[in-house]
Structure formats: structure tokens, C-alpha cells
Design a protein. Structure first.
Length: 569
């Protein structure tokens, strides 16, 4: 029985397109060796292989050593193979083989050389030395009669015709087909290609190679027609809004597509790693998750969603780890104590004599003030408002000591507003505006100071003052807060008060004698040295005393004394 029915069984599992592909290649080339007995009986021809070589490449053409004696003509198609010779890395033996890389079509045939171009795409770029294979049919084998002349009874036993035995190549291929019975196309393709690699010059190599390629094309068409797997997507999702700190956050999503689950990945702003949380199924395609309250922290959180496919793959549903979604987290309003403003009330009186207690050059100033000290050191640090009474008498040294003139009486009752602004916790500026009343009418003045150091600690105060009708004063004040219960102030002044301004007020004619006997010029400049020591009776109450010495010359000088009280709350 001829083995052609093997091809029928081989293709019975394939669609009709595969059957036609197999019939085009296998039925023509393969039947020659599968049914050798019938081929021998029908006088089939075997292929004869002639080899040539690529000589050179010329502007896209291949120059091959095929001449007119090859009996080929323009338009004929030949095969091009790549010969390989490598050394086995283990045994050291030289291994030789060749592989088909495509087909060439002859464009011109010369006496000894021909021009050819690739027929279709080559699996490798052609190069000189590649092998050109030309296959042609051999002379037909004479057809042997199935029965010799005469009746069977007249034939001698030696005259009985015997079919030739299978050659080794046909027998090997027959065994391969027996093994491939019932195999899928992928196994058959591998078996065919393995045979071609093992027998590149075999009679059936070309047919098996074409058969394997036809099966590959068939599988590719069937695969391309298969529906692509559906990717999941989000049908509905409401991004979280108005997230409150330390409150649980519920997130829900509706997914369409072949997912078996969903995962929520969350992190707080500033964190590097995400915390993954499986979402709970809440119906067909619905998944929910609750982010714990301890994971919700201001100023914000970041998240992304992934779906789990049936094969275990995780696919992005919403955002990603590199580009997460964000939601602002509002901090929880918490009651805070009101800002504390330290309040201070202080009252100080000071008497200074400049001329040996003669009563003709002295100043007596009493001043009280109320202030608020804000918590910050930068910006408006403190605001103070106060009042004062200044009384004194004075004149020039010459008028008082040489000419024995009476001193000019000076008086000013005033109020002021003072603001301290901190440029930093170490430097601040102080400005004071003064408005007052004199016997002759209203008057004004002001102070400007700079504080080096914090007013709650040891600091240095530098400033100057102008009082209308009283005079000028410049001072340096060091406040020592080294001893918490004993605050100390060291102060020095340069001043022409109390009569630091000339008396320019008009006087009646009958008062001319009094005016002539009273010093009316501006007082001379003098200096003061003051030491003030306080004691903290209770944490909020400080009692202070001060002593001073001042003078305009070494002979025109006198002592001073003062006291004060300060209450803080």
C-alpha cells in the first residue's frame, strides 16, 4: 500500500487552506520518496544538484559564475546558500554546513558569468563566496514491466521483479513522518527545519523547507485573526475631593474588562514608597477600599489604581507609580490658645542736679508708660504709650555762676506713642512721637533709637531725643539681664536740658528788669552717668532705684537720685 495516505492523515486536522498549501509542496516533492516503489514504476526523475558561486556584488546585482553551458536562461530562478565552517568549542573538530538564504532570478546570462537579483527578501545579505544551487531532473529510470512476458507458470523464479529497497534518506524521512503522526503544526515545523539543517544538500531539503514555511505562514494568519485580549478600563471613578486630615477615605471604582481584582496604592506627600491595599469587590465590576485615618496627613496624598488580570498580571487602571494622582489634605482645625502679649506698666521719677545743689540748674522728670510686647521678634515687636512731666531750671554757666542771674524756669507736660520694629531677633528700631504743653503753648518732640540684642535679654540701646523748649539729649543704655532677679541698667547721657533752648518769648515792657536778670540763652552741654538697680520682689513686680552724677564742668556739677516700679503680666 502506498504511503500517500500519510499526508492525508497529516493534513486531516488542518483547515482546507493548510491542505491546499501541503498539496502544493508536499504532494509533489514528497511523494517521490514516500512511494519509491510507485515512482520507480512510473519512471520518476530524481533532482540533480549543480553548484556555482557568487563572484562579486555590483550596484545591487550579483555576479555569479554561471555561463551558457549551464543551459540556464534569463528569468530562471536559482537558490542561494550560505556556507559555514566553524570549529567546535569542545571537540575542536571543524564543522561545515550550509543554509539557504533565499532565491535569485537571472537577469542576464553571459558566456562565463551571469547577473542576478534577489527574488524576494534574503534572510542574509549576499556576499562573494555564497553558493548558488541549480536543481535539474536526472534521466528517467526505465519503467520495469510489472509482469515479464509469458504466464506466471512459464516464468522462472529468478525472473520475478523485486521493488528496489528504500535508500537511507527516504527511509529516514519515512520514519520522521511516522513519528509526526497526530502532531501539531509547531512540532512539524521544527522537525522539518531540523531535517533541513541536518541535510542541507539532501534531495528533499528544499521541499521540506518550503513545507515548513507554508505552515508558518498558515499559523501566522490564524494567529492574526484571533481576537486580541481585551484590556481593562475604568467605567466610572470619582476622584477624592476635600480630604480631611486624620479622617478615613473611601475610594470606589467601576472596572470593565477581564479583571479578577483591583489594588489601591497610596502614599503621603514626601514619602517614597507606596502602601498597597487590595480593594474589596462590591458587585459586578465594582471595587472599594478605605484608607485608614492614620494614613491621611496634610498637606496631601498620592495614589494610583491597578487591575489584576486572570493570569496574575497587574495592569494600570488610573495613573501610575511614576505619575500618580494627587489630592490635597486639609488639616484638622484645632483650638489654639490666643497669642500671648506681655503687658508692662512702668513708673519712674528722676531728679538730677547740675550745680552743687544750688537750685539754679536742675531737672526733675517723671514718666509712666504702658506697653504690649508681641510674641514675634521680627516685625512689630512692641507698642508703648506713656505720659511725662518735665520740670527744671537752668541757663548758661556764665549767667548762673559769673553774672549771678536767675535761672530760666522750664516746664513741659507731654504724652507719647512708641513703636518697636524688629529687623531680626537681634536688631530692632524704635520710634517715639511726643506732643506736650508748655507755659507758652503747645510743643512737640521725638526719639529715635536702635536696639542691639533682644529686649528680653541683655541688650544695648543707642538713641537721641528732642523736646521742644527743653533741649536735646543723646544716650547709650546697657540693660543687663544676666541676673534674673536683679536687672541692672547702665546709662550715659550727653544733654543741654533743661534749658537747652533760648528763651525767645516776648515779655511786657514792665517786665524788662526781670528779663534782664534771668538767663535767656540756651544752656550749656553736660554729661550724665546713671546706674539703676532693680529687684524682682515677685515674678511680675520689680522695684528699682537709681543714682546719677552729672555736670557741665568739673565745678558746675551735682548728684542725682531716682526710683521706679515695673509691673508685668
Amino acid at each position: 500500500m502506498c504511503k500517500t495516505n500519510r499526508f492525508k492523515r497529516l493534513s486531516s486536522w488542518l483547515p482546507r487552506r493548510a491542505v491546499r498549501a501541503l498539496a502544493a509542496g508536499a504532494s509533489i516533492g514528497t511523494l517521490a520518496f514516500v512511494c519509491p516503489r510507485q515512482a520507480w514504476a512510473d519512471g520518476a526523475r530524481a533532482d540533480v544538484e549543480t553548484t556555482y558561486h557568487v563572484v562579486m556584488l555590483d550596484a545591487g546585482d550579483l555576479l555569479v559564475d554561471i555561463g551558457v553551458d549551464s543551459h540556464l536562461s534569463p528569468g530562471d530562478v536559482v537558490e542561494i546558500w550560505r556556507a559555514l565552517k566553524v570549529k567546535h568549542p569542545v571537540t575542536g573538530r571543524m564543522l561545515e554546513d550550509r543554509f539557504r538564504i533565499g532565491s535569485l532570478r537571472l537577469s542576464q546570462v553571459g558566456t562565463r558569468l551571469s547577473l542576478a537579483r534577489p527574488e524576494g527578501n534574503l534572510t542574509r545579505d549576499a556576499r562573494p563566496g555564497d553558493i548558488i544551487v541549480v536543481r535539474s531532473a536526472a534521466a528517467p529510470t526505465p519503467v520495469q514491466p510489472t509482469e515479464p512476458p509469458g504466464s506466471p507458470a512459464q516464468r522462472p523464479p529468478s525472473a520475478e521483479p523485486k521493488p528496489p529497497a528504500l535508500d537511507p534518506e527516504a527511509a529516514a524521512l519515512t520514519a520522521i513522518f511516522d513519528q509526526l503522526r497526530g502532531s501539531d503544526p509547531v512540532v512539524r515545523i521544527r522537525a522539518y527545519e531540523d531535517y533541513v539543517r541536518a541535510h542541507p544538500t539532501g534531495r528533499y531539503a528544499a521541499v521540506l523547507y518550503e513545507e515548513a514555511q507554508a505552515l508558518r505562514r498558515l499559523l501566522a494568519r490564524e494567529t492574526s485573526r484571533a481576537p486580541a485580549p481585551q484590556e481593562p478600563s475604568i467605567r466610572s471613578f470619582a476622584a477624592p475631593e476635600n480630604v480631611m486630615e486624620e479622617s478615613p477615605l473611601s475610594i470606589g471604582v467601576e472596572v470593565q474588562g477581564p479583571v479578577t481584582g483591583a489594588v489601591l496604592h497610596v502614599r503621603n506627600a514626601g514619602e517614597v514608597a507606596y502602601q498597597s491595599q487590595p480593594m474589596t469587590p462590591s458587585g459586578p465590576g465594582y471595587y472599594t477600599a478605605v484608607v485608614p485615618s492614620d494614613r491621611i496627613k496634610a498637606p496631601g496624598l498620592q495614589y494610583f489604581l491597578e487591575g489584576i488580570m486572570p493570569d496574575g498580571r497587574a495592569v494600570a487602571l488610573r495613573a501610575s507609580a511614576d505619575r500618580p494622582e494627587g489630592a490635597a489634605v486639609e488639616p484638622v482645625p484645632r483650638p489654639v490658645p490666643p497669642k500671648r502679649r506681655n503687658a508692662t506698666f512702668s513708673l519712674l521719677t528722676d531728679y538730677a542736679d547740675y550745680n552743687r545743689m544750688r537750685g539754679n540748674d536742675y531737672a526733675w522728670q517723671t514718666e509712666g508708660w504702658f506697653g504690649l510686647r508681641y510674641g514675634q521678634d521680627v516685625g512689630v515687636r512692641a507698642v508703648r504709650s506713656g505720659f511725662g512731666v518735665f520740670r527744671g531750671a537752668g541757663g548758661t554757666i556764665e549767667d548762673l555762676d559769673v553774672n549771678s542771674r536767675a535761672p530760666r524756669r522750664v516746664g513741659l507736660t507731654y504724652g507719647y506713642l512708641e513703636v518697636e520694629v524688629g529687623a531680626s531677633d537681634f536688631v530692632s528700631l524704635i520710634a517715639r512721637g511726643v506732643v506736650g504743653l508748655r507755659d507758652e503753648g503747645t510743643s512737640g518732640g521725638g526719639q529715635g533709637m536702635i536696639r542691639i540684642g533682644n529686649d528680653l535679654k541683655t541688650n544695648l540701646l543707642l538713641g537721641g531725643e528732642f523736646l521742644g523748649g527743653v533741649g536735646l539729649r543723646g544716650f547709650t543704655q546697657l540693660e543687663l539681664n544676666t541676673f534674673p532677679n536683679v536687672p541692672i541698667i547702665l546709662r550715659s547721657e550727653v544733654t543741654n536740658q533743661p534749658a537747652g533752648v533760648s528763651d525767645s518769648s516776648p515779655r511786657p515792657a514792665d517786665d524788662a528788669r526781670t528779663s534782664a536778670e534771668t538767663s535767656s540763652d540756651a544752656g550749656d552741654v553736660g554729661a550724665r552717668g546713671i546706674v539703676q538697680v532693680g529687684y524682682r520682689v515677685v515674678p511680675s513686680l520689680i522695684v528699682s532705684i537709681r543714682g546719677s552724677y552729672q555736670g557741665r564742668t568739673i565745678h558746675h556739677a551735682g548728684p542725682g537720685v531716682g526710683a521706679g516700679v515695673t509691673y508685668q503680666w
